[in-house]
Design a protein around this ligand. Structure first.
Ligand SMILES: Nc1nc2c(ncn2[C@@H]2O[C@H](COP(=O)(O)OP(=O)(O)OP(=O)(O)O)[C@@H](O)[C@H]2O)c(=O)[nH]1
Length: 549
């Protein structure tokens, strides 16, 4: 029973393909994700930069408008106060009250300050702490007194409420230019109607809006309360701040107090020498895309796994016939089994391969059969004597040696009859070689016919000599010798030069029970000696080899 792991052996094409294809898909998918991630990141950065810059410019414009409106309002009020009414608190209070009724720009109202800076000539609404303030040393009071125009103070913290404010002020003069009082109004940056939204944490949920005084180098407004009225980074600490301090309007990269990277946009409020920065932590900018990257990594892993399993399954399905075919071939080759058709037909290239392989096997088998047949033919031809068609000397030697070994083991007799045609030279000389050949053939054919036991073998030994090999003893040898002699004698092939007037044969018989370390040649030699005796004793007879006592 094969396990899944066997099916997924590393040597299998389907396993290799699964791994390669899956790895390719994973790498391609990952690269695509990274590419998309970088593109989207860059798009998001551009978008956020654009939005932040628009927001910064909008806020800058909004602050400018608000200051403009307030200064115009104060100038209009100042124009309503004639110098001769300057000492009339009631008149001034009434005028302020009338004027202020049209706006909510000034929740702290207006005050007309004594030119010395000590005491209030008139105010509305009445703010008790204001009356006792000594403003004589305030830079804005001094500036207002020295200016024909409205002035805007540097931002400062209220001693009373600790809020950040600016004061707008205009000196009220008599016709000689003598300052009779200073009309002033505080603008609290965090109060409703001005920049309160910048201080609102909810409004700045992801981004942070900062209003910065270039002259004072401090944060005037921020949704982070701890930043308000703190110094901005020193020159050299943050390139973006340095650029903005030099008047740059636009977008860039910065860091916050804790060193976290931020995308920022800056817009100038030139006439105040302030600027607005809108900034967002990079973490927050890319939060969504980072989260989606995590999700896509998880989904990528799941998809890759699913793709791997799907590919493995499909490749297994497609390549299994190939695998089984390969195993069949391997088994045939390794175990040297007969080549046979392999199973697993599929209607595709693998199927074509299997069909082709089977056809090759058919061809190989067919050729092998032919070769075996022709080998067998060659083999038999190499064992047959051309002239007579009986076994030849080569076959005889081989058979004799084989039988010699068999009889050595079984200790049974082996008998050899050496046959020689008498006066054959004369036959040739008399009738010619062709007739001699015919004679040889006829003799051989007839002796062969007379040998009918499967354990008796007949072969041409060479020339006009033949051998009969018997798996029997001397007695049987004599019987066959005599029978053979008679067979040839009875052929009555005319031979005028023979004393018998026809062709005869002489035979030498020898028999032995083969022993270890003896040679079959000995048996032939003995038969030859016996044949010699036959010739000497008149031919057309057989003699037996006599062992010397
Ligand atoms: N025609 C033909 N003659 C052969 C063949 N092989 C051998 N001979 C002849 O057989 C003859 C054998 O002669 P010898 O060995 O002198 O023996 P013999 O003439 O038979 O005399 P004895 O053996 O004493 O009877 C030779 O003349 C060979 O040329 C053959 O294949 N065809």
């Amino acid at each position: 029973m094969k396990t899944l792991l066997d099916h997924m052996a590393p040597s299998r094409i389907s396993t290799k393909l699964s791994i390669y294809v899956s790895a390719f898909i994973v790498v391609a998918f990952t690269l695509l994700q990274i590419y998309n991630f970088l593109i989207i990141k860059s798009e998001i950065k551009n978008q956020i930069n654009k939005e932040q810059y628009t927001k910064a410019k909008f806020i800058a414009k909004d602050i400018k408008n608000k200051i403009d409106k307030r200064t115009k309002f104060l100038v209009a009020l100042a124009d309503l106060i004639p110098p001769e009414q300057m000492q009339s608190e009631d008149f001034l209070t009434e005028k302020i009250k009338e004027h202020i009724a049209f706006t909510n720009f000034f929740p702290q109202g207006f005050a007309v300050i004594n030119p010395t800076g000590k005491g209030v000539i008139a105010e509305y609404p009445v703010i008790p702490s204001r009356k006792n303030l000594d403003l004589s040393n305030r830079e804005w009071l001094i500036n207002a007194k020295n200016s024909q125009h409205i002035i805007i103070s540097s931002p400062f913290r209220s001693e009373v409420t600790d809020e950040v404010l600016v004061v707008i002020a205009k000196a009220l003069r008599d016709k000689n230019g003598q300052v009779l009082g200073i009309l002033e109004a505080p603008i609290f940056l965090n109060r409703p109607g001005f920049m309160e939204y910048i201080f609102d944490h909810d409004y700045n949920e992801t981004s942070d809006t900062l209003v910065i005084s270039r002259a004072s180098q401090i944060f005037l407004a921020s949704s982070t309360p701890s930043l308000v009225f703190k110094s901005i980074p020193k020159r050299g600490e943050d390139i973006f701040y340095d650029q903005v301090m030099d008047g740059f309007n636009g977008v860039g990269d910065t860091v916050d107090a804790s060193g976290d990277e931020m995308l920022a946009a800056a817009a100038n409020i030139s006439f105040l020498n302030w600027f607005v920065i809108v900034r967002t932590p990079v973490d927050k900018v890319y939060q969504t895309i980072n989260e989606s990257l995590e999700t896509s990594i998880i989904s990528g892993v799941i998809v890759s796994l699913a793709v791997f399993l799907a590919i493995t399954f499909f490749l297994f399905f497609f390549f299994n016939p190939l695998k089984e075919a390969a195993e069949s071939v391997k088994e045939m080759v390794l175990n040297k089994q007969p080549l046979k058709h392999i199973e697993g037909y599929k209607n595709d290239e693998i199927g074509d391969l299997i069909v082709g392989f089977n056809a090759v096997i058919d061809m190989v088998n067919e050729r092998r059969d032919k070769l075996e047949k022709s080998n067998a033919t060659l083999e038999s031809l190499s064992q047959i004597d051309d002239l007579t068609g009986v076994f030849n000397r080569r076959w005889l030697d081989h058979t004799l040696n084989k039988l010699w070994q068999v009889k050595t083991r079984s200790q049974e007799p082996l008998t050899l009859l050496l046959i020689d045609i008498d006066e054959f030279k004369k036959f040739n000389d008399t009738y010619g070689h062709i007739a001699g050949d015919k004679c040889l053939k006829k003799v051989a054919e007839n002796i062969q016919k007379s040998i009918n036991r499967p354990t008796d073998f007949f072969a041409r030994y060479g020339g006009e000599e033949f051998v009969i090999l018997l798996e029997g003893d001397l007695v049987e040898g004599f019987a066959i010798a005599e029978k053979t002699r008679q067979v040839v004698n009875n052929l009555q092939i005319t031979h005028s030069e023979s004393p018998y007037d026809h062709v005869t044969i002489s035979l030498g018989v020898s028999s032995v029970i083969p022993q270890l370390n003896t040679d079959s040649v000995e048996l032939v030699k003995q038969a030859d000696l016996a044949l010699y005796q036959s010739k000497r004793r008149g031919k057309n007879r057989y003699e037996c080899f006599q062992h010397k006592e």
